[in-house]
Design a protein around this ligand. Sequence first.
Ligand code: S3P
Length: 170
Amino acid sequence: MKSLILEGFMGCGKSRIAFELGKELKLRVLDTDKLIESRQEKSISDIFKDEGEEAFRDMETEQLELLTKDEQSYIISLGGGMPCRKENRELLKKLGKVVYLRAEPEVLIKRLERGVEKRPMLSGHDLEQRVKELLEKRKGDYEEAADIIVDIGNEDVKTVTARVRKAMDI
Ligand code: S3P
């Protein structure tokens, strides 16, 4: 198998599900935000503050390009905006199978109430309005990038992980 990649809106649980899948399937887990932070030696918030969103999006594309050169299989958790560039969606196809962890805005809003300050795409906005507006704008990209869609409902990590494994037959 190539890598198994998790995409979805902020707050859908990509990192936690990736961790659980990694544990169950004994595969290494990578998180594109963490890879970028360690290459840049800066937090995502500081990258947005100092260099702006476009510079961060370029870093994301660069990170995906690097990953396509790696032969190993991983569980990869993507930053929420990664699939929005067409170029990234094409790189993702080379990298492995993409699972979209789809969630209703109400579930995301509830989960995002804490930690907004660490998410530059949300901070300084009305949370409810911003989540709805961004999700509406992005959902076509998420669907286009996905090999499989898993509805997370309001379920816990174990349940969603089991759904992903069943959907992927792994
Ligand atoms: C972003 C999501 C974040 C992070 C950055 C931008 C987005 O990742 O990449 O703050 O545009 O949706 P998470 O989805 O892991 O919060």
